[in-house]
Design a protein around this ligand. Structure first.
Ligand code: ADP
Ligand code: MG
Length: 602
């Protein structure tokens, strides 16, 4: 008689879908965002059965944004699960965004059956090749038995070295194929990335350059936030009395209201610093490439980064510190500690920075205090800031909405701001907010997610409001509505325009439908919606939304359709704004009836 144990062991079968789910579980994957369909539905179900949270989204792009934000917020990749062909292609934008931001992400795409390859199979597409441009690693396991190995490698690759996106391709025929459990071996959970430290001679040199600086500046990037370097960087700032400037997502590593934060004097700080320490921030467009006229031609950069290939990009650094920011900032602290030194708090540099901060803050305050209606951006953000809980996540996207919002809305905690990022991607907001709400629920109970969207930005992923309502995530969406992209028309100008010809010929490309009631998208799914036109209505609706933790809400805030930034124009959107101004002038002229305009034809 055969041994019954032996019989059981040799005959127990398991599906490919279950193997994928178990491999993800073994790698500590907590969240999957996606849209199911042929051939991945079974994978999502199997994952749920193992206790992995599955969040079904309405568009793969938004699902991918959400999964990538999980990577940034938790340090382990979120998974994005999509169907073959178009499903995967919709998600490419999210993969590109994750990779550009250096955020870990694991994309799993179903693909057509192997035995129909090149025959015109349903949704057939060269997915592994397509993903190569957007990832650090893109592969298809050679068999079901190879799945755990490839998934471990993808998870590890996404978080080791410079973090980024990884892709694993799952042919449809793998999903329901049964294999013998004895043929499977689950690769152990990959360890957290090893900590690398900078060369001691370089640390010594960096400390000496900092001590000899006349006008020093620390720039804190999202790499520092990702590295959890907040404690050491705060010590550097405070112990040595150094001015610091956060990048958009570096905000909160040291609180924005810290007296050494020179965010309100950004241009001046960049322009006149003689020594700049870059903690996890690339010298790309966000930092004006590190070049004159935005910087001194002989400014000394001390570059701290985990990615060797990043060192020396655009500018030759004086010192390079290759390593993990948390570890390297500790090394710097220890080295600077060897002598008693601090940057003199009464220096001329501090004085200039403080003066500039004061005058810029006064200018914003003045704009914020304007009582005229419709409201301007500053008035809106001033009132939002007044009520914003200190520990909330701020998600933001849009042009002026994001740029001005960033200067007024404060962050007090690291990794609590998510925005359009390195790639300037619009449409990320709702996916990011959903991810932040999951992280808040599981790791920071009680923290709220406030998502500040331009009306145009909101439109890219607006249907995710249904997702928010389905999972009952108490997100507060603020739609700062100026009826357009950069600028829009008010109702009168709109009606005037429509009197003439075909709207496709006369409606300025930046215009969206005026006075759109975006809040009704929220009420359609059972959330709370508010349409507000005055500061009082804004205050009241925000107070109610914050008090109600049982429901999501959307506050549609009408602002002056042609409101812009205050004069100093530090933004990277300046060129585009100027450009839209030109188009604007042309349309205004055409409405007045200049000879060669479409309007005058009527
Ligand atoms: P920002 O948009 O805030 O300017 P960037 O995305 O340009 O930031 O730069 C972030 C940098 O941080 C990248 O060059 C990345 O390689 C680096 N980085 C990410 N994680 C770490 C880490 N743990 N230690 C050091 N550098 C890191
Ligand atoms: Mg707008």
């Amino acid at each position: 008689m055969p041994d019954s144990n032996f019989a059981e062991r040799s005959e127990e079968q398991v599906s490919g879908a279950k193997v994928i789910a178990q491999a993800l579980k073994t790698q500590d994957v907590e969240y999957i965002f996606g849209i199911v369909g042929i051939p991945v539905t079974e994978i999502a179900i199997a994952a749920q059965q193992l206790g992995i949270k599955y969040i079904g989204m309405r568009n793969e792009q938004a699902a991918c944004y959400a999964a990538s934000a999980i990577g940034y917020l938790t340090g382990r990749p979120g998974v994005c699960l999509v169907v073959s062909g178009p499903g995967l292609i919709h998600a490419l934008g999210g993969m590109a965004n994750a990779n550009m931001n250096c955020w870990p992400l694991l994309m799993i795409g179903g693909s057509s059956e192997r035995n129909q390859e090149t025959m015109g199979a349903f949704q057939e597409f060269p997915q592994v090749e397509a993903c190569r441009l957007y990832t650090k690693f893109s592969a298809r396991p050679s068999s079901i038995e190879a799945i755990p190995f490839v998934i471990e490698k993808a998870v590890r690759t996404s978080i080791y070295g410079r973090p980024g996106a990884c892709y694993v391709d799952i042919p449809a025929d793998f999903v329901n194929l049964q294999v013998n459990v004895n043929s499977l071996k689950y690769t152990e959970c990959c360890m957290s990335p090893p900590i690398s430290m900078a060369e001691t001679s370089a640390v010594r040199m960096a400390a000496s350059v900092i001590r000899n600086a006349k006008q020093p500046l620390l720039i804190i990037g999202k790499g520092a936030a990702y590295a959890h370097a907040e404690e050491n960087i705060k010590k550097l700032v405070e112990q040595y009395k150094l001015p610091f400037l956060p990048t958009p997502m570096g905000k909160g590593v040291v609180p924005d209201n810290h007296p050494n934060c020179v965010g309100a004097a950004r241009s001046r700080a960049l322009q006149f610093a003689d020594v700049i320490v870059l903690f996890g921030a690339r010298l790309n467009w966000i930092l004006h490439f590190g070049l004159p006229p935005r910087y001194q031609p002989d400014v000394k950069f001390i570059q701290v980064d985990i990615c060797a290939e990043e060192l020396g990009n655009n500018v030759k650094p004086t010192v390079t510190l290759l390593g993990d920011i948390s570890a390297v900032s500790k090394q710097l602290l220890e080295e600077l500690d060897k002598t008693s030194w601090e940057y003199p708090p009464e220096s001329k540099w501090w004085k200039t920075l403080r003066e500039k901060m004061k005058s810029n803050e006064a200018a914003s305050k003045e704009l914020a205090s304007k009582k005229s209606l419709p409201m301007n951006y500053y008035t809106v953000f001033y009132h939002v800031q007044e009520q914003l809980p200190r520990d909330c996540f701020v998600v933001s996207e849009g042009a002026n909405t994001m740029d001005i919002g960033r200067t007024v809305l404060q962050n007090y905690l690291p990794r609590h701001r998510l925005d359009a990022g390195t790639f300037g991607t619009m449409g990320v907001g709702l996916g990011f907010a959903i991810a932040a709400a999951m992280v808040a629920k599981d790791r920071h109970p009680g923290q709220r997610v406030i998502c500040v969207e331009g009306d145009s930005a909101f439109g890219f992923s607006g249907m995710e409001v249904e997702t928010i309502c389905r999972y009952n995530l108490p997100i507060i969406l603020l739609v700062v509505n100026n009826n357009g992209i950069y600028q829009g028309f008010d109702m009168d100008a709109w009606k005037e325009t429509l009197k003439f010809q075909d709207p496709t010929a006369v409606v300025p490309p930046m215009c969206l439908l005026p006075n759109s009631h975006y809040e009704q998208i929220m009420t359609a799914f059972g959330g709370k919606g508010y349409f507000v036109e005055t500061p009082e209505e804004l205050q009241k609706s925000l107070r109610q939304s914050l008090a109600d933790t049982s429901k999501p809400s959307l506050i549609n805030i009408m602002i002056e359709p042609q409101a812009t930034r205050k004069a100093q124009m530090e933004s990277s959107f300046v060129t585009r704004l100027e450009c839209s101004g030109m188009i604007w002038a042309r349309y205004n002229l055409s409405l007045l009836g200049s000879n060669d305009s479409p309007a005058s034809a009527s």
